[in-house]
Design a protein around this ligand. Structure first.
Ligand code: ATP
Ligand code: MG
Length: 574
């Protein structure tokens, strides 16, 4: 390719709309252009990067026995009604009607379509396991599309679905995909971490891991253990209960007037006790059920853990002050567990059960109780791990203090179980002729998000510093002058030679100043640059520079192409 013919509109200024580095650099380097919020066109160089990531993904899926299919973007409502998700998917789903007023959606994901396909085609255990995947646009009307390709409303995903005869088969498929994902992100040259994640009560039966590219701009918070392999999304990370011994002997139970005290902070200040001595009591409502939820006053309740523990409500939320008033005859600031109505289920974080001389709301407006012994003086129906972990706490696996990092979720592997196969009737006959539902898994890679994540990890002041395996071209040739015949002729010869060696090479043949060409080359981030100028040519040499590391070497013209080839070959071997 010649730069003179390339549609590569680079920008010198940082576009005001772009908050994070990858978004800024993708616009500045002329890789993408916006059509609407969260919807983009890929320009030639951007598309080359995307295709490279797709190729890596495809190769790794194929190695594991994945078979590529291509499913429709436009999906009929009936299938989603069968799975029960048409009504619960909510506003993220782009919905549309055809001329006959039949309802459709633009696929946000493809479990329904693939399960429909399999129920039609799979009859026998002999056809399993089956691993089917596609690389396809997905549509999600995200509440806050932002950060360019990071959170788009139209984006590209690889989604693979596994169908097995039993859980043991699913475990094997899951492991295959987990390993494939490790290879994919390593091959893309990314620093990543698989973390244990929350499967969501509505999601499935089994485990799930998210693959996080570590970067400060990441929307996810993860904790990891520096000494063992434990790593988890903070939403999921298991907490060890911490015991705080009360210094005082048993304090007698006492009702204390606490006028105007509404929050934990206010209660701690008013009663002059540490927050660790308070019980945070919250009423939660899921559908028409109400629960009294208790965590220690200094802890943050983790609503995801709570919802999982309670069995998974589509919507679980804090009960309104009206409901609180109705049930307990006080405001939310005075709620407590002592003598809570028998009909109210009380669920507590594991630490609450270990407290001594606790302080809690008295279920009487503007009153608290002090000197309370949990379990003895109030009922706890269920004890769970309900709080959010804090970095520095002990690893649940080995006890070492956990560290924290920000991560971009580029992929997720998920054991679905039989949720969809049962709902849609994707069954098979086993050796004994018994009909069973397929056991499913689903596995997504955000292909376009991976492109953005790669930039978040690979840039400097001048622009992008692509890892070689996903760079738009491997090498750019920059002739310093287009007037000097020897310079031009050498550049053309190298261009040919490199192409013959299978190196992806681009020639900046524009009649521009060298400074302009260098700036563009650095901004786009070609991993290797060969500069051809009359001065070095006088000694039979050209300059070879690696974008990352930045060292410039003079090499004999005859050796330049082979050197480049060598570097590329090494970087691509995996
Ligand atoms: P998130 O939590 O970031 O919204 P998700 O968990 O809803 O993502 P999945 O349904 O697991 O996403 O989709 C698989 C992969 O698709 C994700 O790991 C992510 O890399 C990518 N992805 C999801 N939503 C988007 C989006 N709006 N734009 C770009 N990529 C996305
Ligand atoms: Mg996910």
């Amino acid at each position: 390719m010649r730069v003179s013919q390339l549609l590569n509109p680079t920008l010198r200024e940082v576009p005001a709309e772009a908050e994070i580095i990858s978004h800024q650099l993708m616009l500045r380097a002329g890789l993408i252009r916006k059509s609407a919020a969260g919807i983009y066109t890929y320009l030639p160089l951007g598309l080359r990067v995307l295709k490279k990531i797709e190729t890596i993904v495809r190769e790794e899926m194929d190695i594991k026995g994945g078979q590529e299919v291509l499913m429709p973007i436009v999906q009929p409502a009936e299938l989603w009604q069968e799975s029960g998700r048409w009504d619960v998917y909510g506003e993220e789903m782009f919905r549309l009607k055809d001329r006959h007023q039949r309802e459709f959606c633009l696929g946000p994901t493809h479990e329904e379509i693939i399960t429909d396909l399999v129920r039609g085609e799979v009859r026998s255990y002999k056809q399993l396991p089956l691993l089917l995947y596609q690389i396809q646009n997905k549509y999600r009307d995200e509440r806050r599309p932002r950060f360019g390709l990071m959170r788009g409303r139209e984006f590209i995903m690889k989604d693979l679905y596994s169908f097995d005869r039993d859980e043991a088969g699913l475990d094997i498929s899951y492991k295959k995909m987990y390993d494939a994902y490790c290879r994919i992100f390593s091959r893309c040259g990314l620093a990543y971490r698989p973390v244990e994640a929350d499967a969501g009560a509505i999601g499935g039966t089994g485990g799930t891991h998210e693959f996080m590219v570590l970067a400060d701009s990441g929307e996810n918070s993860v904790v990891y253990c520096p000494s063992c392999h434990y790593a988890a999304n903070v939403e999921k990370a298991e907490c060890q209960p911490q015991v705080i011994e009360s210094a005082d002997a048993e304090v007698p139970r006492q009702l204390v007037h606490t006028p105007g005290v509404k929050t934990i902070e206010e209660a701690a200040a008013f009663l002059k006790v540490p927050k660790t001595q308070l019980v945070k009591s919250l009423l939660y409502q899921g559908d028409d059920k109400v629960f009294l939820v208790l965590v220690r006053g200094d802890r943050e309740l983790n609503e995801i853990k709570l919802n999982n523990a309670l069995g998974g409500f589509v919507s679980l939320q804090l009960a309104s002050p009206e409901v609180v008033q109705q049930l307990l005859s006080c405001g939310p600031g005075s709620v407590g567990p002592v003598e809570a109505p028998e009909t109210l289920m009380v669920v507590a974080d594991q630490e609450v059960a270990l407290m001594e001389n606790a302080v809690c709301g008295a279920n009487k407006e503007n009153y608290h109780l002090v000197g309370i012994m949990p379990k003895k003086e109030f009922r706890i129906d269920h004890v769970y791990d309900l709080r959010t972990i804090i970095p520095g706490e002990a690893c649940s696996n080995c006890g070492t203090p956990l560290k924290e990092a920000r991560g971009i979720e580029v992929g997720q592997v998920f054991k679905l179980g039989t949720k969809y196969s049962k709902a849609l009737g994707a069954t098979f006959l086993d050796e004994n002729g018994i009909e069973k539902p397929c056991v499913m898994g689903c596995y997504g890679v955000g292909v376009s998000r991976t492109m953005a994540a790669a930039i978040e990890q690979n840039y400097d002041d001048l622009g992008i510093t692509w890892p070689i395996p996903i760079a738009p071209y491997h090498c750019i040739l920059v002739p310093i002058s287009t007037k000097d015949a020897q310079v031009v002729e050498t550049a053309e010869r190298l261009y040919q030679e490199l192409q013959n060696l299978g190196v992806e090479v681009i020639l900046d043949d524009r009649d521009e100043r060298a400074g302009v060409k260098f700036k563009d080359a650095d901004l786009v981030g070609y991993p290797l640059r060969i500069t051809i100028g009359s001065k070095t040519l006088a000694n039979g040499q050209v300059e070879l520079k690696e974008r990352k590391g930045g060292e410039t070497k003079l090499v004999p013209v005859e050796e330049a192409a082979a050197r480049v080839k060598e570097i590329i070959k090494k970087a691509l071997s995996f």
